[in-house]
Design a protein around this ligand. Structure first.
Ligand code: ZN
Length: 165
């Protein structure tokens, strides 16, 4: 790491700390030549492979702007969206791959968006999964309803009738 002040070819790490969410490390460095201090931030790279084959760095802002349209008129705050983007990034980083398909981002958005707002979820899913008929909406709504009734039942797992053979 070159010193940004005098371009000396070496520097000494005087302090390291991990960010609260564990996704980056800040290092305080000191130049042995001029004695000045500077900070570097280290993050594991996460690249998005677009349909064209080009790659770009993952961006939470792009997740937010991708979801914001589906949330128009819904009781969803910008804090909610920032939290959703953070969950999406954690999911993608948790998968352990340095490169992800743009498609996987949409997939990672669906879960947290469904918890956030069901109408926004349906709007987003209809575009992302290219719903082209009322049946597609019906199927998605049926699945939302059945999950909702499962959630409202007692959390104890009952016998799963008809499962297996
Ligand atoms: Zn220096």
């Amino acid at each position: 790491m070159h010193c940004p002040f005098c371009r000396h070819a070496d520097s000494r790490v005087v302090d390291s700390r991990t960010s609260d969410d564990g996704s980056s490390i800040r290092r305080r460095r000191q130049c042995p030549s001029c004695g000045r201090r500077f900070t570097t931030v280290e993050t594991a790279s996460l690249s998005v492979v677009k349909r064209s084959g080009a790659t770009e760095p993952f961006s939470r802002d792009k997740v937010v702007s991708g979801v914001r349209k589906a949330c128009q008129g819904r009781p969803v705050s910008s804090d909610d969206l920032a939290l959703l983007a953070q969950k999406v990034e954690e999911t993608l980083r948790g998968a352990g791959s340095a490169e992800i398909d743009a498609y996987e981002i949409g997939l990672a958005i669906l879960g947290p968006l469904r918890e956030l707002d069901e109408v926004a979820y349906l709007r987003f899913a209809s575009v992302y999964q290219a719903f082209d008929s009322l049946e597609d909406f019906e199927a998605a709504i049926t699945s939302l309803r059945s999950e909702r009734s499962e959630r409202s039942e007692r959390p104890t797992a009952g016998p799963d009738e008809g499962a297996g053979s």
